[in-house]
Design a protein around this ligand. Structure first.
Ligand code: PRP
Length: 183
């Protein structure tokens, strides 16, 4: 693995503040309704846990694991499900919780598939929107942060499965030589 260091982009305090704001908006929109949160594994597990604890509506929680074949610049046909929902979603209000939307290929594909289960409504909440990198359109209803640059880790996001447990969001900066890893 190339040497790299981590540079903090978003602190835990900043994340907490933004989550409070997001939850307030979601609580307002879903007042009087119950909802099903669907977390997209693995990256969304931290965000979902923190968001869910701020929600006022009755919530049920489920997860799916989506896997892209090869290069993410491929078409939407390259996505598959390796762990599917266990809850029934027909007639339910669904909030998909995602850590990051990049090309949009993963969520675009999953939205189509989810519609076949006839939910009452589907909205998307993404912690990080990298809209400049979008290849296919995805309607994101709640965006935590717009971040354009960099390879990000922490708060669920990984680099080769590392750093998901960091409490803030960091950028991976690769070093030419003699670097070290901060975790
Ligand atoms: C990330 C992220 C999204 C997807 C977004 O998952 O959690 O699911 O990539 O990319 P896209 O918009 O270009 O389709 P990843 O494949 O890294 O898996 P992980 O969540 O298990 O780390």
């Amino acid at each position: 693995m190339r040497p790299y260091r981590l540079v903090q982009r978003i602190s835990p305090d900043e994340l907490n503040k933004r989550l409070d704001e997001l939850a307030e908006e979601i609580n307002r929109d879903y007042e009087g309704k119950s909802l099903v949160l669907i977390g997209i594994l693995k990256g969304a597990f931290v965000f979902l846990a923190d968001l869910a604890r701020r929600l006022a509506s009755p919530v049920e929680i489920d997860f799916v694991r989506l896997s892209s074949y090869g290069n993410k610049s491929e078409t939407s046909g390259s996505v598959r499900i390796t762990k599917d929902l266990e809850l029934q979603v027909k007639g339910r209000h669904i909030l998909i919780v995602e850590d990051i939307v990049d090309t949009g290929i993963t969520l675009n594909w999953y939205l189509d598939r989810l519609q076949a289960s006839e939910p009452a409504s589907v909205k998307i909440c993404a912690l990080i929107d990298k809209i400049e990198r979008r290849k296919v359109e995805v309607p994101i209803d709640y965006v935590g942060l717009h971040l354009t640059e960099g390879f990000l880790v922490g708060y669920g996001l990984d680099y080769s499965e590392r750093h998901r447990n960091l409490p803030g969001i960091y950028e991976v900066e690769f070093e030419e030589q003699g670097g070290h890893c901060v975790s």
